[in-house]
Design a protein around this ligand. Structure first.
Ligand code: XBP
Ligand code: MG
Length: 261
């Protein structure tokens, strides 16, 4: 089936939000609550194997502070910490934003101009998506670009987060789209498993936290989509075509989708 839609992951794919966005927001929430927990860049990388902020805090407590699991208010405490973390994350983005990754704006624009449908398919909290689109996407592509995503599938709307495929099934159902008409853009092994489990062909753009992961099932793995001043390498998979400046753009994604059928 011809490519009809691009399904975008957010964290690590649209922008490198984890190390300098989510991580400091978690740490600010811990400090605000009077807790002496602080996630280093390295420790956060380990905790990233668990998607979802509330789930990540619970995993951290299991591993580093098991005595907390006995507390009757554990669930409430995690929810409160996570709500504070979301507040800090949104404020951080509003205070300056985190840039879109190389080539993301160009691929979005080409997709839009070609009449492709687009959606967000993410584990992160909806308020975080909204903040990122406003702070990082709108200044580059204009306010109207926020509306290019006909569906924002995010957070707790499904019971199981990535690597479960629920969020992809949810987005496809919302869009009335068969899986083989879509291409997923992801940055992590959990994302690939989620998309592939729903039957959606997937292209990966890695980041420093995910570069060593196993992307079995992805059609292609790229460093990034690339920019004219910073062309990207393809790391594995079906060789994808580049444009004259050495970048991966919509023709590359169409080729990836065709190869993934
Ligand atoms: C992203 C995540 C998220 C963020 C934090 O995964 O794992 O949990 O780290 O978001 P993906 P919340 O890129 O696969 O969507 O704290 O809002 O859960
Ligand atoms: Mg991601």
């Amino acid at each position: 089936m011809a490519l009809q839609a691009l399904l975008w992951d957010v964290d690590g794919t649209l922008a490198d939000t984890e190390r300098d966005g989510h991580r400091p927001a978690f740490n600010a929430a811990f400090a605000e609550a009077g807790l002496d927990w602080s996630w280093s860049v390295e420790r956060y990388g380990e905790l990233l194997r668990v998607t979802g902020g509330k789930e990540r805090i619970l995993t951290f407590l299991r591993e580093d502070h098991p005595e907390w699991l006995e507390r009757p208010d554990l669930d409430t405490t995690i929810r409160a910490l996570h709500a504070a973390k979301t507040r800090h994350y949104v404020a951080l983005l509003e205070g300056g934003g985190i840039p879109l990754r190389p080539g993301v704006a160009e691929v979005l624009r080409e997709g839009r101009e070609a009449g492709l449908r687009m959606a967000i398919v993410t584990t992160t909290t909806p308020a975080n998506v909204d903040a990122l689109l406003r702070a990082s996407l709108a200044p580059v592509l204009g306010e109207a670009a926020i509306g290019w995503f006909e569906c924002i599938a995010a957070g707790d709307v499904v019971p199981a987060k990535k690597p479960a495929s629920d969020i992809y099934h949810h987005a496809l159902a919302q869009m009335g789209l068969p899986a083989d008409a879509a291409l997923a853009l992801e940055d992590s092994d959990n994302g690939v498993r989620a998309a592939r489990g729903a039957g959606v062909a997937t292209v990966v753009t890695v980041n420093p936290y995910t570069a060593a992961q196993d992307f079995t099932g992805a059609v292609a793995v790229l460093e990034s989509f690339g920019a004219p001043d910073a062309p990207a390498r393809q790391l594995s998979g079906t060789p994808l075509p580049r444009d004259g400046a050495g970048c991966f753009r919509l023709p590359a994604l169409r080729a990836a989708h065709a190869a993934g059928q």
